[in-house]
Design a protein around this ligand. Structure first.
Ligand code: FES
Length: 101
């Protein structure tokens, strides 16, 4: 299960599939586009990771960091959700979709 706050501040519980990118799960539920399909090129999958999950995720790799650095609404909790693969350790992951994503 993923808990998602949408751009209107409304909270949603999303059924999650192990092995899917978190972007794909959110997109499947109709909340984001994921235009580049996970190639780390578009940032339409930008989310803020809610506490305490920031520390629990593996760190962003160079390509993700480079793209995040270019975003005007970047925050320390920013991640590209296409770069996070969902597994059982992420059950309950809580995210907020970035305004411009
Ligand atoms: S879907 Fe394009 S960067 Fe994540």
């Amino acid at each position: 299960m993923i808990y998602l706050t949408d751009r209107n501040g409304e909270k949603h519980s999303l059924d999650a599939v192990e092995g899917w990118r978190v972007m794909e799960i959110i997109r499947e539920h109709g909340f984001m586009q994921g235009i580049c399909d996970g190639l780390c090129e578009c940032a339409t999958c930008h989310v803020y990771v809610d506490e305490p999950w920031v520390e629990k995720l593996y760190p962003a790799q160079d390509q993700e960091v480079d793209l995040l650095d270019e975003l005007p609404d970047y925050e320390e909790s920013s991640r590209l959700s296409c770069q996070i693969i969902y597994d059982e350790t992420l059950d309950g992951l809580s995210l907020t979709i970035a305004e411009a994503a």
